[in-house]
Design a protein around this ligand. Structure first.
Ligand code: URA
Length: 433
């Protein structure tokens, strides 16, 4: 096979056979296809798209390009959840204990990641002593014993995706629905999921700003999952403002604990319950969504989900006393208010800017070697729809530095106002099955 033929066929809009896609991914992973040809291929896909079977073949080949987690010794349907990313999104911390408390195995591989806050692992490391460097045997033992464990991502998971994603980043080809869909799904497949619930975000703080684009991406991912015999569904949820009220690692853990205690903010509670309920349905533990919602609410109300969180943190060496008393988690040394200079109703909040402000306080990493400050972040006191008068507190910065002028200015600028009342967008825009 010759790479140039694969590129020209795609350029001319022909459907590529599975063998051609597999050959490309194998060769590219080994270094047999150079970056300039892979870039030309990505650009051809950007313009010509991919059929459902091409996207499934690309996903499968990328999933098989490196280590794949063998979860065959874990009993039950392994349901994974993936969010396309958003500011203040701490649902994984809430869903894991909920579904594990319902007897569904949660064998989660997570990354650290760059961005406004750390990834799920970084957030959990806000519990002193929490360990994610565990062997595969230990990981499987913990999942079978407690129904939940979380490990750091193997360095060799989907190497083809890693290479292709970095290349797309510098060749203007990130924003291609089939390439994004296969990139995300290849990681889920390699991590051993039997079934996948996708939370595709839409709005000013999301990758897909319009509901239409989010629907298209969700549809492509659901189609890939089904083509590869994984039960897959997607929820399209709103990211026009951060989820919940807190952005930052320990702050998000505290809010997740509050939510497991039944005392979380409504948006975070509702989205967590919805996603958890879809996971319960895919795991065949409920006949329909309504029944699943009842089961989920039950383990929140009777404290089983919170108990599961404690067991999970303890089993991986963390100090679980902070689950009972979240004030024991790291606290920042300064609380600094950001006040409004305007009157009106909050009509918009640039979620990505709130994320950027959290980063300037040290909550996230700009490069992979940066250190995270677990204690710092932002507490949003006003959200879309709230009435504000000049001088009111919009947000509180939790900082370990006294000069927070940059973060304050970014937060203040992120707020948009209207003279008339504002109704926030619905939390859930659509469900794709
Ligand atoms: N996230 C991914 O994992 N891959 C993409 O291509 C885009 C976002």
């Amino acid at each position: 096979m010759r790479m140039v033929d694969i590129i020209t066929d795609k350029r001319d809009g022909k459907e590529l056979p599975q063998e051609a896609i597999e050959w490309f991914i194998n060769e590219y992973t080994k270094g047999g296809v150079p970056d300039y040809q892979a870039a030309a291929f990505a650009m051809a896909v950007y313009f010509k798209g991919m059929t459902q079977s091409e996207a499934a073949a690309l996903t499968f080949a990328m999933a098989a390009s490196g280590d794949q987690l063998d979860l065959s010794e874990v009993e039950g349907v392994k349901v994974d959840k993936h969010s396309t990313g958003g500011v203040g999104d701490k649902t994984t911390l809430i869903l894991g204990p909920i579904v594990a408390a319902l007897g569904i195995p949660v064998a989660k591989m997570s990354g650290r990641g760059l961005g406004h806050t750390g990834g799920t692992i970084d957030k959990l490391e806000a519990f002193t002593g929490f360990q994610t460097e565990i062997s595969q045997d230990e990981f499987i033992k913990l999942v079978n014993q407690n129904k939940i464990a979380l490990a750091g991502q193997s360095g060799n998971l989907t190497p083809a995706d890693k290479k292709l994603y970095s290349l797309r980043d510098v060749t203007g080809t990130v924003n291609s629905i089939p390439l994004i869909a296969s990139s995300v799904m290849s990681k889920k497949i390699a991590a051993g999921a039997d079934a996948i619930v996708l939370d595709v975000k839409t709005g000013s703080g999301a990758f897909m700003e319009s509901v239409e684009e989010a629907r298209e991406l969700a549809g492509a991912m659901v189609d890939i999952g089904k083509s590869l015999d994984r039960k897959t569904m997607a929820v399209i949820s709103d990211m026009n403002q951060p989820l919940g009220r807190f952005v930052g690692n320990a702050l998000e853990v505290k809010e997740a604990i509050d939510t497991l205690n039944g005392k979380g903010p409504k948006d975070l509670h509702d989205l967590s319950v919805t996603l958890a309920a879809h996971m319960v349905v895919l795991a065949d533990k409920a006949a329909n969504l309504e029944e699943a919602v009842k089961l989920v609410e039950q383990v929140i109300n009777n404290g089983e989900a919170l108990k599961k969180m404690k067991q999970f943190i303890e089993a991986q060496g963390g100090d679980a006393s902070s689950v009972d008393d979240s004030s024991l988690l790291l606290n920042a040394s300064h609380l600094i208010e950001v006040t409004s200079e305007k009157d009106g109703f909050v009509s918009g909040m640039k979620a990505s800017e709130i994320g950027r402000a959290a980063m300037t306080l040290g909550a996230g990493r700009a490069t992979k070697d940066d250190e995270i400050d677990y204690a710092v972040g932002i507490e949003l006191q006003k959200k879309i729809g709230d009435r504000v008068q000049a001088g009111d507190v919009l947000a509180v910065l939790h900082a370990n530095q006294t000069d927070v002028s940059e973060a304050s200015a970014i937060v203040r600028e992120a707020y948009e106002y209207s003279d008339s009342e504002v109704v926030p967008e619905p939390l859930i825009h659509d469900t794709i099955v």
